[in-house]
Every structure is written in structure tokens, then in C-alpha cells.
Write a protein of this length. Structure first.
Length: 282
């Protein structure tokens, strides 16, 4: 969450600035964000508030703060993390880049994870802009953070009672209406994986590509590493075409966090006898 206190900066969103002072940003985030990530915000001059254990509680806290600023005569601007056309437009550009890298070849599917739906909505928008409306999107979630899967079953956004998955960055209790509408306009394949598989795939991706991502991204990777992606795709030709996996999300994880999850789920990495997990620190 980012709130720009426009009264403080004398700058209107979308208007030329009247001062060289940067916007004052207040970031509301969830519990458990690693200190190095919080420091990055702090180094940028942001005020940081821990808004609660899950996204939805952070949202309530941020909106209350907005109301307080407005009562004080200030003009804050709320930037929603996923239910915003501006956010969707930003995410859509990654599809344009993918299209260039594929040199015009159409993928068999685009695989992504879903939290509140902003990334999915942006991916869909980008695919529509280049004529990929018939290319399926495989929308992955972990059990316990499966608000999109539940929404598609109900035909409308459904609020989960609680987020029980360890993939907290997928932890929006309710997705935005936009991604429910998208499912009626293009092929969407919603599938679930469990936390252990997501963590294991996070480790495998680190081993294979030297990139550390969050368990939320491990949900995306799970269909690829487990081989289940072919089962998800209804057309045999889809699996033989290039598969695009949107590998995103690494801000809230570090080696120490991953090690704890590996031990929690008793995942064998093959390195235990050489590098005891408790000794692997950054």
C-alpha cells in the first residue's frame, strides 16, 4: 500500500509538480517482512506501518489512516496493490516483452500465481492486446490461499474465512471482480497445490537457476516441476508449444526463511550431509 500525502508535497497526481520535494509515501505491509526489505522502503524515505498479519487487515488499516488524513484537511492518494487498471496496465507490459522474446511464436499456456488478481488481470490484458485471447492462462494458488479458485466455483468473489497457507503474498481473502469477469472471456485453468510442494519447487528453482523466489512463486513452478502441467492443459498441442511461467515474487524471502520452511516440511534437498541447514545463513 502506498499513500501519497499530496498536501505535504503540494503535488497532484497526474499534474505537474509545484515543488521539487518528493511525494511522502506511507507503506502498509504485512507482518513477517524481512528487515532488509523494510530497510529498502526506509532508504527511499517511506514511512512504514505493519498493518496486520494478512493483506485484508492491512487494507482496513490503510483506509482508516486515509480517513484520518482527510479529516486533517490533507489530500492523500491510495494506490491499490491489485484492483486498479493502472496496476493492470503495468503488469501487461511483461507480455509484450515475452512476445518479443518468443519472436512471434504463440505459447501453449501462460502460468502464473494468483493473490488478489492484479498480476492475472494485467497478464490477460497484455495477451488480449497482441491477439493471444485463445491462449490459456493457468492460475495457480496454494490450498489455504485459494480465493480465486473459490470465486470461480461460485461465479463471484468469495471471501475466505482465513488465510492458512504459508504463501502469505497470495493471501488476499477475496480477489477483485475483474479476474472473475476475465474467466468468462478467455480460457482460465485454476489449479491448486499444497504448501510443501510450493516450498519444494522454490528450492528446486534456486538449485537450477540460482534465483530465490517466494513460496507464492513456487505455486507457479509446481505444475512444471511435478509434471502436472500437461494434465492441466486440455489440448495436447498446448503442452508441446513454449510454456511461459511468470516467475515473480522474491521480496519477502531470504535464505534463512527458506531454510526454516524446508525444515518445517521435512523436505530433502540432498545437501543435508554436506551443508547442515542450521549452518546456512546469509
Amino acid at each position: 500500500f502506498v499513500i501519497l500525502d499530496m498536501e505535504w508535497t503540494k503535488v497532484d497526481v497526474g499534474s505537474p509538480p509545484h515543488t521539487t520535494s518528493p511525494p511522502r509515501a506511507t507503506v502498509f505491509t504485512m507482518d513477517g517482512l524481512p528487515q532488509p526489505v523494510l530497510k529498502k522502503f526506509s532508504d527511499l524515505g517511506c514511512d512504514i506501518f505493519i498493518g496486520g498479519p494478512i493483506w485484508d487487515i492491512c487494507d482496513v488499516t490503510a483506509r482508516r489512516y486515509m480517513a484520518q488524513l482527510e479529516q486533517e484537511g490533507k489530500r492523500p492518494h491510495y494506490i491499490h496493490p491489485f484492483d486498479s487498471p493502472v496496476v493492470w496496465d503495468g503488469h501487461s507490459t511483461l507480455i509484450h516483452e515475452v512476445s518479443q522474446q518468443l519472436r512471434g511464436e504463440r505459447p501453449g499456456a501462460v502460468v502464473t500465481c494468483v493473490g488478489g488478481g492484479g498480476l492475472l488481470a494485467g497478464i490477460s490484458r497484455g495477451m488480449s492486446s497482441i491477439g493471444w485471447d485463445d491462449v490459456p492462462i493457468v492460475a495457480m494458488e496454494t490450498v489455504g490461499a485459494d480465493s480465486y479458485n473459490k470465486a470461480l466455483e461460485a461465479g463471484a468473489p468469495v471471501k475466505l474465512e482465513a488465510i492458512t497457507s504459508i504463501a502469505k503474498t497470495l493471501g488476499a481473502q477475496q480477489v477483485c471482480q475483474r479476474v472473475v469477469d476475465i474467466a468468462a472471456q478467455r480460457p482460465i485453468i485454476s489449479r491448486l497445490t499444497d504448501d510443501k510442494t510450493a516450498v519444494h519447487c522454490t528450492w528446486l528453482f534456486l538449485r537450477d537457476h540460482q534465483f530465490l523466489v517466494e513460496p507464492a512463486c513456487g505455486a507457479t513452478l509446481s505444475g512444471l516441476y511435478t509434471g502436472k502441467l500437461r494434465e492441466y492443459l486440455s489440448e495436447p498441442d498446448d503442452a508441446s508449444s513454449p510454456i511461459v511461467a511468470v516467475v515473480c515474487g522474491g521480496a519477502t524471502v531470504d535464505i534463512a526463511t527458506l531454510n526454516k520452511l524446508i525444515k518445517q516440511f521435512d523436505i530433502e534437498t540432498g545437501l543435508e550431509k554436506y551443508y547442515p541447514l542450521e549452518n546456512m545463513e546469509v
